[in-house]
Design a protein around this ligand. Structure first.
Ligand SMILES: C[S@@+](CC[C@H](N)C(=O)[O-])C[C@H]1O[C@@H](n2cnc3c(N)ncnc32)[C@H](O)[C@@H]1O
Length: 241
């Protein structure tokens, strides 16, 4: 049975990410936030998934909102004291403003159309405080080129078995992940996740059109400028005054 992205992957997500160091990733986000926002700052996370990072970061920043388009992902997280909002980051429901908005781990790559990416920047412009900051990472082509020939991984998590097939199409710049998941009752599910691998310039230009400038673009997990060998970029944006 075909299901929408993350409906069943939410059940195996922690298994898929077991090697991911959320503590270090969160520390990196904290370092970016540190000199820019006060402890009482209003934080908004987009594409928060099952809220692993939210759990860590909201320890310091209590005024924290975690959002994601997938209700299954938000529900699969354990931290129920968090304020969680199910919404699409390209069409946000908030009326109030935020000091710090961020998104981590490819969530922005899930926006497949330039027009929608531009809408994201438009939304961010509206909900950022004047001195607010928006930071997000994006997976780059250097990473996807490792998948020009498709790669398959298999695993087990709780009572689920899964196989993931990853492939990059250089022409369309779409990186696809096909998931084949079987639950304990033998039910089989298929999910297709597509990520768009935009050029760096696309992010800079679309953001600028919506009134945001890129204060820094790092080789992700460092504070060095992004370069041609970077697999992931970390953008730091502010409103143009
Ligand atoms: C690779 S996961 C990353 C989740 C989390 N940030 C983490 O580090 O584990 C990508 C997440 O982006 C979410 N997502 C994809 N498109 C979205 C959109 N348009 N608006 C909000 N969330 C979106 C997915 O539902 C998924 O939870």
């Amino acid at each position: 049975m075909k299901v929408k992205p993350y409906e069943q992957v939410s059940a195996i997500y922690d298994g898929l990410m077991k090697k991911l160091d959320y503590d270090s990733w969160s520390k990196y986000i904290l370092l970016i936030a540190k000199d820019n926002v006060k402890d009482k700052a209003k934080f908004l996370e987009l594409g928060a998934g099952n809220c692993k990072m939210a759990k860590i970061l909201s320890d310091k920043y209590k005024n924290y909102y975690a959002s994601d388009i997938s209700l299954s992902m938000l529900r699969s997280g354990v931290n129920n004291n968090l304020k969680k909002i199910c919404c699409d980051m390209t069409s946000l429901p908030f009326k109030e403003k935020f000091d710090f908005v961020f998104s981590a781990f490819d969530s922005v790559n899930y926006i497949l159309k330039k027009k929608s990416l531009q809408n994201l920047f438009k939304e961010i412009y509206c909900l950022l405080e004047e001195d607010g900051m928006f930071t997000f990472d994006a997976s780059l082509e250097k990473n996807s080129l490792n998948f020009s020939i498709s790669k398959s991984t298999e695993g087990r998590h709780n009572d689920y078995q899964y196989r993931m097939l990853s492939k990059y199409n250089k022409q369309s710049r779409i990186h696809s992940n096909h998931f084949y998941i079987r639950d304990e009752f033998g039910n089989e599910f298929k999910e297709l996740h597509k990520e768009k691998i935009y050029k760096l310039d696309t992010y800079f230009k679309l953001a600028e059109k919506e009134g945001l400038y890129t204060e820094a673009c790092y080789d992700c997990f460092s504070f060095k400028d992004v370069n041609e060998n970077s697999q992931r970029a970390q953008f730091v944006m502010r409103k143009i005054n």
